[in-house]
Design a protein around this ligand. Structure first.
Ligand code: SF4
Length: 323
């Protein structure tokens, strides 16, 4: 499979069958917290990166044999950069009754065509990590010319015309977007959007930049209370859309669904042989990068894997010694 991966277990989406629509790290942002490392191709140019017929052919093969709660447009870059997203969503809707989710950094939601294309999805999850341009540029490092007020207004306009579920994802980073003033301004923007849920993340796994530090649980709770009843805390992998709710106890391999355990075992086996980046793991095991990141996260939560940052700035994962 070239474009379809999973289903990946996700606490917020259940079993999510992923569709990767853009090349690795083609993104309009270069977020300080991105687990995939630095953006290789920062762009706002929408392209037909994949052939819709090829994606549909893969889904026709996979869908009858899997149980999935969502088919999710996500992946290793920004999915709204795929020109043809709306057409693809419509064709998936004709193929199956499985709901379609789209996870986006929101950067192109100021664009009416993109909003129109997203209307066909059953669930849309845009990110909003800032309210002021200064903080936006520090945390998301956008393509030049993108303005946070245009994104917020675009999401607000989308909310007014959209009949599906709209959840907003907010990533909190210590010392960047956690001031009282920024949180108040974000809340003002979020109130106007009126999303069904506000999902709060903080940095948990090795981010693009070592200076991207998480908020404590107590600080996250404070932000959650500020954002009201619709806000909830979720743990983050630092890749858009690949998140889980904070677990009450550490997840460990073998305690979960069999396919999750098997994936973790394969990743652990590779890391016992040599340290790898998440990209190395995906390439080495023929996995989608989101799957690889998910398994690494589970292994880290279980204390079986840790990270080392090399001189080149890349985060490498290593298997911990076990007795
Ligand atoms: S976190 Fe998402 S939006 Fe940010 S750089 Fe990574 S892929 Fe792009």
């Amino acid at each position: 499979m070239k474009y379809v991966f999973g289903p990946v277990p996700s606490r917020r989406l259940g079993r999510s069958l992923g569709v990767d629509l853009v090349p690795y790290k083609h993104c309009s942002f270069d977020c300080v917290y991105c687990q995939l490392g630095a953006t290789r191709h920062k762009t706002v140019e929408r392209k037909r990166f994949v052939d819709i017929g090829d994606v549909i052919s893969e889904l026709e093969l996979v869908v009858p044999h899997v149980r999935a709660d969502y088919i999710t447009m996500s992946g290793s870059g920004e999915p709204t950069l795929f020109l043809g997203l709306g057409e693809l969503i419509q064709r998936i809707k004709r193929l199956t009754e499985i709901p379609v989710a789209a996870i986006t950094n929101g950067s192109l939601m100021a664009c009416p065509e993109v909003r129109e294309e997203l209307l066909g999805a059953d669930l849309v999850i845009p990110s909003l990590d800032a309210a002021t341009q200064d903080v936006f540029e520090k945390i998301n490092r956008p393509f030049p010319g993108i303005r946070i007020e245009d994104i917020a207004r675009g999401i607000e306009e989308f909310s007014a015309e959209y009949s599906g579920k709209l959840w907003i994802e907010v990533m909190m980073v210590r010392g960047i977007n956690d001031s009282e003033d920024e949180i108040d301004r974000m809340w003002s923007a979020l109130k106007l959007i009126g999303a069904e849920k506000i999902q709060l993340n903080t940095v948990e796994r090795p981010p693009a930049e070592a200076f991207a530090r998480p908020l404590s649980r107590a600080e996250m709770e404070r932000v959650r209370r500020r954002f009201g009843d619709r806000a909830e805390l979720i743990a983050a992998s630092g890749i858009c859309g690949d998140t889980e709710k904070l677990p009450d106890s550490p997840a460990r391999i073998g305690q979960d669904k069999p396919e999750k355990g098997a994936g973790c075992e394969r990743v652990l086996e590779l890391l016992r042989r040599r340290p790898c980046t998440v990209h190395d793991i995906a390439r080495g095991l023929g996995m989608n990068i989101n799957e690889a990141a998910k398994f690494v996260g589970i292994l880290m939560e279980g204390g079986l894997v840790s990270t080392q940052r090399r001189e080149d700035g890349e985060a490498y994962f290593v298997a911990n010694e076990t007795n």
